[in-house]
Design a binder for this molecule. Structure first.
Ligand code: NDP
Length: 285
């Protein structure tokens, strides 16, 4: 029977680090300030933004919400970002998604100064990950690495299978792990369509899944003793579940993240850590 990875414990450890760093920054006269930009009205985003505000303020990060109208054009959003880029009081910027369909999210994200890019989505920050020298990175990808480090796993030569190749989760996770000499396979829709997903999953010593399809990975595919990190979030009836068939998978895995309560809280804590990394970066500007 697998040990359950409690994301809240790992998150608390990260938050302890963040609190200490905030004290250090304050003694240098820097108060971290995160500005959240949202475009248009979106109820789900509002819940998320308010939660973010609460988390930041609780730990000592100033949080400001900049709500832009639904009919704003790309250039006007960019102008707002440029103002924030130039404002020395603002140490971090987060662009809330989704954006209206007429707006190119990646283009807008690339306008956030890399040193203020708390989500690590600017191509410059992504690029530093390719070089193995990332300071800021996408929160969920860093959360996966944090979980593996917490478990004390030596990645050298390990068979890692990453299911999902999105720009902000699957791809950066694979890069971070390959850098530690894990033998990393990335699976995606092409793997599934070729009928090869099962064979890859079955040999994974560390399996990481970020797709967004409930029960995509049946429990009996899990290799005996594997570590399973399930990033997926799916609503099934009134329950939230991951992408892995949890009850059966936990009979075979050695460690497994629950959904909810696994990767989610660690991701939230990594955002706070990224805010601090950006504020420290500001100190050296
Ligand atoms: P995306 O939709 O951007 O990416 C999903 C990936 O899964 C794509 O690479 C897609 O391939 C691949 N895929 C789709 N169907 C299959 C299949 N049948 N077999 C194998 N691969 C498949 O999602 P995200 O990466 O943003 O998020 C993934 C999940 O993780 C979601 O449920 C999301 O809610 C959750 N999430 C959770 C977070 C947390 O903190 N816990 C944070 C971020 C995300 P292709 O593009 O080729 O179709």
């Amino acid at each position: 029977m697998a040990n359950i990875i409690d994301g809240k414990i790992i998150a608390e450890k990260i938050k302890d680090y963040v609190k200490k760093e905030i004290e250090n920054l304050k003694s240098d006269g820097i108060i971290p300030k995160l500005v959240s930009i949202s475009v248009g009205e979106n109820q789900a985003s509002m819940v998320y933004i308010n939660q973010q505000k609460k988390n930041c303020e609780k730990i000592g990060i100033n949080y400001e919400i900049l709500s832009l109208p639904e009919d704003i054009n790309e250039q006007e959003i960019i102008e707002n970002i440029e103002k924030l880029n130039k404002n020395p009081e603002v140490t971090g910027i987060i662009l809330q998604l989704p954006l209206p369909k007429t707006v190119d999210a990646r283009k807008i994200q690339s306008k956030i100064l890399p040193e203020k890019d708390v989500e690590g989505v600017n191509p410059v920050n992504m690029g530093w990950i390719v070089y193995g020298r990332g300071i800021i990175g996408p929160c969920t990808a860093l959360a996966v690495k944090e979980i593996i480090d917490y478990l004390g796993i030596n990645l050298y030569g390990k068979e890692v299978v990453m299911v999902g190749h999105s720009d902000i989760v699957g791809k950066p996770v694979a890069l971070l792990l390959v850098d530690k000499f894990a033998t990393t396979t990335i699976c995606h829709i092409g793997t599934s369509d070729a009928g090869k997903l099962e064979e890859h999953v079955k040999r994974a010593e560390i399996l990481i899944v970020a797709v967004g399809k409930a029960n995509l990975i049946p429990g009996d595919w899990i290799r005996e003793g594997a570590i399973v990190i399930d990033i997926g979030i799916n609503k099934v009836g009134d329950k939230i579940v991951g992408d892995v068939e949890f009850e059966k998978a936990k009979e075979k895995a050695s460690w497994i993240t629950p959904v909810p309560g696994g990767v989610g809280p660690v991701t939230t804590a990594i955002l706070l850590k990224n805010v601090i990394m950006c504020a420290k970066w500001a100190k050296n500007r």
